[in-house]
Design a protein around this ligand. Structure first.
Ligand SMILES: NC(=O)c1ccc[n+]([C@@H]2O[C@H](COP(=O)([O-])OP(=O)(O)OC[C@H]3O[C@@H](n4cnc5c(N)ncnc54)[C@H](O)[C@@H]3O)[C@@H](O)[C@H]2O)c1
Length: 318
């Protein structure tokens, strides 16, 4: 059974909240966006409109963007969420703030409305603590750009009612996702655990002079970059010979970085004020125009890799 669209809310209209709202609108939901920042609320329609036009051009949106956009509104009042069957929280990564937002959402919506957090790393069980109806709170972890990627992780906290997780898994097909169910709560879920293990090792190699930032990026792009969209780690081992991996693991695993600290280079770059392409300051040097070009390239590539991944996707068994 495919769920029907109902009014949905998004709290936090930053980078991710904007693309999540776009995805929900494109899937037919009426969307209420909440943000405490007036500029974010003011710019919402303009930003979503641009993303919808791209989706239309890429044939991911069957309706005219303007007819979809009129179902979007923005407010700083959580009361505007009344009537929403689903609310997704996507404010910055802070446990206390997120709990506070979830409490305000619970005050506004019906007891059976679903509430998802787009946390990247906080345990969902921690977010459920103190909630009035914790069974309807779950992790709904999107990837950026959320309106293009097929990625979605649905995470059960200790108190999540599994029927609610199943409901979100069904909704995900309406959102054109290929979702993963994370059955037991674990910090970082699936992809962030794997990605951060990779990031730690990337910093280790650079900080210890084994390779430059450019060389690490080049190797990863040209090796994992060529197979990971199609295969995933386990299929890849099937395709390339399992015993060799066992042999390498014996020697290599004890040698990998196991540091528990945030890498020094990361701390320095953050302290310098770098936010990445959004302020044209990152691990690489950018002029503002170059930063914009990279952002556009990233979006264009996301559409193309989506099409390529779908072309090579395993057909579901009948
Ligand atoms: N950026 C990514 O690629 C990515 C990927 C997956 C998950 N996430 C997660 O998504 C969440 C949001 O990330 P982002 O990059 O979009 O952040 P962001 O900083 O771009 O946006 C956060 C927004 O939340 C608003 N906000 C903060 N506190 C609020 C409150 N109490 N009430 C209403 N609005 C509030 C801010 O004004 C801001 O507009 C984080 O939990 C992050 O870990 C991010």
């Amino acid at each position: 059974m495919i769920e029907q669209p109902f009014p949905a809310g998004v709290v936090g209209l930053g980078l991710m909240g904007t693309s999540i709202a776009t995805c929900l609108l494109a899937a037919g939901h009426r969307v209420v966006g909440i943000d405490k920042d007036a500029a974010r609320r003011r710019n919402l329609k303009r930003r979503v409109s641009a993303l919808l036009r791209d989706m239309r051009r890429e044939k991911l949106l069957s309706k005219e963007p303007a007819s979809v956009l009129k179902h979007l509104s923005a407010s700083d009042d959580f009361g505007a969420l009344r009537g929403c069957g689903l609310v997704i929280e996507s404010i910055f990564e802070d446990l206390g703030e997120k709990r506070e937002v979830l409490r305000k959402v619970e005050d506004a919506v019906a007891p059976d409305a679903l509430i998802g957090s787009n946390t990247s790393s906080l345990p969902v069980t921690e977010l459920q603590r103190g909630a009035r109806h914790p069974g309807r709170i779950l992790g709904i972890h999107w990837g950026e750009p959320a309106h293009i990627l097929r990625f979605l992780e649905v995470i059960c906290g200790d108190e999540t009612d599994p029927r609610n997780a199943e409901k979100v898994m069904r909704l995900a097909s309406l959102w054109k996702k290929e979702p993963t169910l994370v059955r037991r709560d674990i910090r970082g879920f699936v992809t962030n655990r794997i990605m951060y293990a990779m990031l730690r090792e990337a910093f280790y190699l650079v900080e210890n002079g084994y390779a430059t930032i450019e060389d690490v990026d080049r190797s990863v792009r040209n090796d994992m970059g060529y197979w990971i969209t199609m295969a995933g780690p386990f299929r890849y081992m099937d395709l390339t010979g399992i015993p060799a991996y066992a042999a390498v693991m014996r020697g290599l695993l004890p040698d990998l970085c196991r540091s528990q600290e945030t890498p020094k280079l990361m701390q320095e770059v953050v302290a310098s004020g770098a936010r990445g392409t959004s302020n044209a300051k990152g691990f690489y040097a950018y002029t503002p125009a170059e930063a914009k070009r990279w952002e556009k390239r990233f979006l264009d590539f996301s559409y193309e890799i989506r099409a390529l991944a779908l072309k090579y996707a395993e057909r579901p068994k009948r």
